[in-house]
Ligand binder design. Structure first.
Ligand code: FDP
Length: 343
C-alpha cells in the first residue's frame, strides 16, 4: 500500500507512529512494544529462511511443558522475542508456550503482559511448510509493587489491548490489531522492513473452504461429523462441496481463512477432550484478529474471547472464521448436543 501524499510505501514503524499520533495522550509504550515484536520477527524470519542451510533444523532433544519435542528454532524464536521485549522495559511478564511458568522481565513498573507462541506449527519446520509466531498483549491489573503471579495474566481475551501474528510463508507477513481493525504488513527483504499491505483487512462473510484434521474424524462429536458431511454435499446455491485445506500450522490455516474466508476448526475429541490448542497464546489472539476483521470465533458454547481462563496453558476447542460458516457449524453442534447451548 502506498502513501497517497508521498507516493511511497508505508513501513510498520511509520504506520505505528502515525497510529499513535492519532491519540494525543498516548505514552507510546504500546507502539514501542509492537515495534519490538516487529524487530524480533525480522530476526526470526531470517533464521527460518536459512534454516535448511545452517544446523538449526531439528529437535534439540528436550521437551516443552506440554511434553512435545522442542525444535531448535522454537528455542531461538523464544529467546529472540523475550530479549526484544526485555530491552524496552515496559513488559513486566511473558507467558510463552516454551516456558512452564511465567517469565518475569527486568522492568521497573512495566505494565504490559505478553503471551506468545514463539513458533507455532513447529512440526512443520523440518518440511519447509509455513509456521508463525503469535502474540497477545494485556495490561497488568494489580499494583506493580506486588510480586507477579500467574493470576495477573489470567484475564479473558476481551481484555487484550493488542494481538497478532507473524507468518513465515512464501513471504513473511505480520497482522495485528489494537481493536480498530486489522493491519497487514509484508516483509520486503530488499529493504529489511515490513511494509503496509492492507490497513483494514476484512474476512469474507462466507467462504468455501473448511479446514480440520479429518484424520481424527472418528474421535469427534456427532455434530462436527455431520457438519463436515454437510461441507462435502453438492449444492450449487451454497457453493458446496467446499474445498478441504489443512496445513497443520494454526497461523497459516487462520491466515488463509482471514484472506479467503471459510472456517478453521480444532475441536474437542475423545483424544483431546478440551481441544488441543492453547487459549491464551493461540486462540485468543487469533480470535481477536478474526473478530476485528469481521469474523467469529467460538468454542462449543460461546465466544472464545469471553472464556474466563483458569490456567496460563489452558486448552480450548476452536471454530474460527467467516461469520456464516461459524454460525452454521454452531447450528450442527447445538443440534446434536443441545445441553451445551448457552442462553
Ligand atoms: P504444532 O503441534 O505443529 O505446533 O500449536 C499446535 C499446532 O501445531 C497448531 O499450529 C496446529 O494447527 C495443530 O497443532 C496441528 O495439530 P494436529 O497435528 O493434531 O493436526
Amino acid at each position: 500500500m502506498v502513501d497517497r501524499k508521498t507516493n511511497r510505501v508505508i513501513t510498520l514503524e511509520e504506520y505505528i507512529i502515525q497510529a499513535q499520533n492519532k491519540f494525543p495522550g498516548a505514552t507510546g509504550e504500546l507502539s514501542q512494544l509492537l515495534r519490538d515484536i516487529g524487530l524480533a520477527a525480522k530476526i526470526i524470519s531470517r533464521e527460518v529462511n536459512k534454516a535448511g542451510i545452517t544446523n538449526i533444523l531439528g529437535e534439540d532433544g528436550s521437551t516443552n511443558v506440554h511434553g512435545e519435542s522442542v525444535k531448535k528454532l522454537d528455542l531461538f524464536a523464544d529467546s529472540q522475542l523475550i530479549s526484544a521485549l526485555n530491552r524496552s522495559e515496559i513488559t513486566c511478564m511473558v507467558v510463552s508456550e516454551e516456558n512452564d511458568g511465567i517469565v518475569e522481565l527486568d522492568s521497573d513498573g512495566g505494565k504490559y503482559i505478553v503471551y506468545m507462541d514463539p513458533l507455532d506449527g513447529s512440526s512443520n519446520i523440518d518440511v519447509n511448510v509455513s509456521i508463525g509466531s503469535i502474540f497477545s498483549i494485556y495490561i497488568r491489573k494489580n499494583d506493580s509493587k506486588e510480586p507477579l503471579t500467574e493470576q495477573d495474566g489470567l484475564q479473558p481475551g476481551t481484555q487484550q489491548v493488542a494481538a497478532g501474528y507473524v507468518l513465515y510463508g512464501s513471504s513473511t507477513m505480520m497482522a495485528y490489531t489494537t481493536g480498530a481493525g486489522v493491519s497487514l504488513f509484508t516483509l520486503d527483504p530488499s529493504i529489511g522492513e515490513f511494509v503496509l499491505s492492507d490497513s483494514k483487512i476484512r474476512i469474507p462473510d462466507h467462504g468455501t473452504i473448511y479446514s480440520v484434521n479429518e484424520g481424527s474424524y472418528h474421535s469427534w462429536d456427532e455434530g462436527l461429523k455431520q457438519y463436515v458431511k454437510y461441507c462435502q454435499v453438492e449444492d450449487s446455491e451454497t457453493h458446496r462441496p467446499y474445498k478441504a485445506r489443512y496445513i497443520g500450522s494454526m497461523v497459516a490455516d487462520v491466515h488463509r481463512t482471514l484472506v479467503k474466508g471459510g472456517i478453521f476448526i480444532y475441536p474437542n475429541s475423545s483424544q483431546y477432550p478440551n481441544g488441543k490448542l492453547r487459549l491464551m497464546y493461540e486462540c485468543n489472539p487469533l480470535s481477536f484478529v478474526i473478530e476485528q476483521a469481521g469474523g467469529m470465533a467460538i468454542d462449543c458454547k460461546g465466544r472464545i474471547m469471553e472464556i474466563r481462563p483458569e490456567a496460563i496453558h489452558q486448552r480450548t476447542p476452536i471454530f474460527i472464521g467467516s461469520k456464516q460458516n461459524v454460525l452454521k457449524v454452531k447450528e450442527f453442534l447445538d443440534k446434536y448436543a443441545p445441553e451445551r447451548i448457552q442462553n
